[in-house]
Design a protein around this ligand. Structure first.
Ligand code: NAI
Length: 468
């Protein structure tokens, strides 16, 4: 007989494991079906966490080599131990994944290792190494995530043609790397290898990198990354990739240069991710997907089967970001518990962990123009910040966009030191419908990297910055 739970979650990434924990906190019996032996999904195992480990290490290497002399520190004989760097990445992942295992134990959540597929609207078949098992639940939450999109003519082999997973696991720093796609993954992994001495070429189809971001931000990021030695081929299409023992030949067609070939040791294809529902047998539960493979959900994140919910990358709503999935996870569990939670899709921050870091929340200038909203701009450069000068971190700015009509903050876009953390204040401000004047009148510790946000708000509200 099938074992019965209150809630079954399929997928143990940030969406799935958070759903499991919240459901357990609410007093439900919970099982998580996850095919990996390790918990944490893409983010913890082959995404956010390992990439941040390599970004951190590569930044130390780059700074030690290139940025210490100005502080009066001469360092000679700096050598790279890439094997140690990679072993540290694995250790960071193992510790993080172990943390989730501890939380599962604490909340008495069962991890059913195997591939989950629907038998009917309430029954899941779990197929693992030791055979198959049937489990049932009152509610099933689908959090199966996404997978990298391959180019039709270049399937991933993870040796020469890499997805983000392969790019994280290289055993040597390539001499030359072509990155296809100037989005989040391309720029973060491109930065890692560029800092380690690799000649990195980014090929982007559109005329700007991170095309959906505020254009001023992406233009500044492009300039900074070029200064760091990365090469960019914008408005350029990849027409073919030849792979051999020696390396890869990436054939491109650009707006200016008609046809060209980039030779490299390997190529990272980072042109987006697609929802992952393979083998779930959704039709057995009457769960519908749209034309692009996303699971269809209503406003409450319920699928076409009222007992089945879906969250995270596998649904079309919101960006494919771990923190969006986490909030949806909490909301779905609380809805199951008959509470009235809310996820504010207008205040989901996006961060690119290059250096300087890039972070955004709310509307871009382009979006405000397109919707015809009148807005004011306050923009304060980090070079006017004493703390930034003391840290030799003067690149970048904070831009506040506020409504002309009532001064309410509509968007905040920043590039500079520690923006991944600084954006949190902007998210709070927007969540509480702050005006630019509200921020301008709040005490900010001096000297900190947070002051430019206050100054930018001062500029937006009354055009009277103190330090500019
Ligand atoms: P992305 O959507 O961020 O960027 C893909 C880029 O590839 C776009 O600029 C697009 O114009 C370009 N492109 C598409 N087809 C192309 C082609 N044939 N040739 C050249 N360029 C092409 O996707 P990415 O970087 O693969 O990341 C996937 C997802 O993972 C994103 O949705 C992102 O939200 C998430 N992610 C988030 C991170 C973070 O929060 N820091 C880090 C890494 C990934």
């Amino acid at each position: 007989m099938a074992k019965a739970y209150n809630v079954i979650v399929v997928g143990a990434g940030p969406g799935g494991y958070v759903a499991a924990i919240r459901a357990a906190q609410l007093g439900y019996t919970v099982a998580v079906v996850e095919k990996r032996k390790e918990l944490g999904g893409t983010c913890l195992n082959v995404g956010c966490i390992p990439s941040k480990a390599l970004l951190e290490s590569s930044e130390h290497y780059y700074r030690t080599k290139h940025e210490l002399a100005v502080h009066g520190i001469d360092v000679e004989g700096v050598t790279l131990r890439f094997d140690v760097m990679q072993a540290r990445r694995e250790k960071v992942v193992a510790q993080t994944v172990e943390g989730i295992r501890y939380l599962f134990k604490k909340h008495k959540i069962e991890h059913l290792i195997g591939h989950g597929s629907f038998v009917d609207g309430e029954t899941i078949e779990v197929t693992g190494d030791s055979g198959t098992e049937l489990v049932t639940a009152d509610h099933i939450i689908l959090a199966t995530g996404s997978e990298p999109v391959a180019l039709p003519f270049a399937p991933f082999d993870e040796q020469r043609i890499l997805s983000s997973t392969g790019a994280l696991a290289l055993t040597e720093v390539p001499k030359r790397l072509v990155v296809i796609g100037g989005g989040y993954i391309g720029l973060e992994m491109g930065s890692v290898y560029a800092r380690l001495g690799c000649d990195v070429h980014v090929v982007e189809l559109l005329d700007s990198i991170v095309p959906l971001m505020d254009k001023e931000l992406s233009a500044t990021l492009l300039k900074v990354l070029k200064k760091q030695g990365m090469s960019f081929h914008l408005s350029t299409k990849v027409t073919g990739i030849e792979s051999s023992e020696e390396g890869v030949q990436v054939h491109t067609e650009g707006a200016k240069v008609t046809a060209s070939t980039l030779a490299a040791d390997c190529v990272l294809v980072a042109v987006g991710r697609k929802p992952l529902t393979t083998g779930l047998k959704l039709e057995a539960a009457g769960v519908v997907v749209d034309g692009r493979g996303f699971i269809e959900v209503d406003d409450r994140l319920r699928t076409s089967n009222p007992r089945v919910w879906a969250i995270g990358d596998v649904i079309r709503r919101g960006p494919m970001l771990a923190h969006k999935a986490e909030e949806e996870a909490v909301a779905v569990c609380e809805r199951i518990d008959k509470q009235q939670p809310h996820v504010n899709y207008e205040t989901i921050p996006g961060v690119i962990y290059t250096w300087p870091e890039v972070a955004s929340v709310g509307k871009s200038e382009e979006e405000l123009k397109a919707e015809g909203t009148a807005y004011k701009i306050g923009k304060f450069p980090f070079k006017a910040s004493g703390r930034a000068r003391a840290a030799e971190e003067t690149e970048g700015f904070v831009k506040v966009l506020a409504a002309e009509a009532d001064d309410r903050i509509l968007g905040v876009h920043m590039i500079g030191p520690r923006c991944s953390d600084l954006i949190a204040e902007a998210v709070v401000a927007m969540e509480f419908c702050a005006s630019a004047e509200d921020i301008a009148r709040i005490v900010h510790a001096h000297p900190t990297f947070a002051e430019p946000f206050k100054e930018a708000a001062l500029m937006a509200t009354a055009n009277r910055p103190i330090h500019l």
